[in-house]
Design a protein around this ligand. Structure first.
Ligand code: FES
Length: 158
């Protein structure tokens, strides 16, 4: 193996930031492949604002931009609190655990508004959003008590 090949192989195997640092470019951030991402792309919960938690009660400011997707899409996976939120009307919301009754996936949800069901793509099971009807695994998606006062949605986690 000649030196030219070794140099090329080395550069292909180090992260770009290290390679740039070797050539005099400032090293700004550590090498990362981003594998610590939880895989949910619906919102960046680390930046979520408009939430207060007291005991088992989670209060959400519905006017906060963090929850604007509820107004446009009608549902969201609120991973910070492990909840699915569903807007029924301006004054009525439902909240559920985001733990799939099948095997506990939390980040594979979508909502089928025609069938009024949450669908978990991990193994294609689905669960009605009426808080009573069993889904395809014969389980009911756990539902939490909700209350809307003005622009505040309060959810009591059980
Ligand atoms: S974990 Fe959701 S369908 Fe299997």
């Amino acid at each position: 193996m000649n030196n030219r090949y070794k140099r090329r192989e080395f550069l292909e195997n180090v992260c770009p930031q290290v390679a740039l640092a070797m050539f005099g470019v400032t090293l700004v951030e550590a090498c990362s492949k981003g594998d610590d991402d939880d895989g949910y792309s619906g919102s960046s919960d680390s930046a979520i604002t408009g939430v207060t938690v007291q005991g088992n009660v989670v209060s959400i400011d519905l006017d906060d931009p963090s929850f604007s997707i509820l107004q446009s899409r009608g549902w969201m996976n609120f991973t910070q609190q492990n909840m699915l939120l569903l807007k029924l009307s301006d004054t009525s919301y439902r909240a559920f655990t985001n733990s799939c009754p099948h095997q506990g996936s939390r980040n594979a949800w979508s909502y089928n508004s025609n069938q009024e069901r949450f669908v978990c793509s991990s193994h294609s099971n689905s669960y009605p959003s009426d808080c009573t009807t069993p889904g395809t695994t014969d389980d009911v998606l756990e539902c939490y008590e909700t209350n809307v006062m003005g622009s505040t949605l309060s959810i009591t986690k059980s």
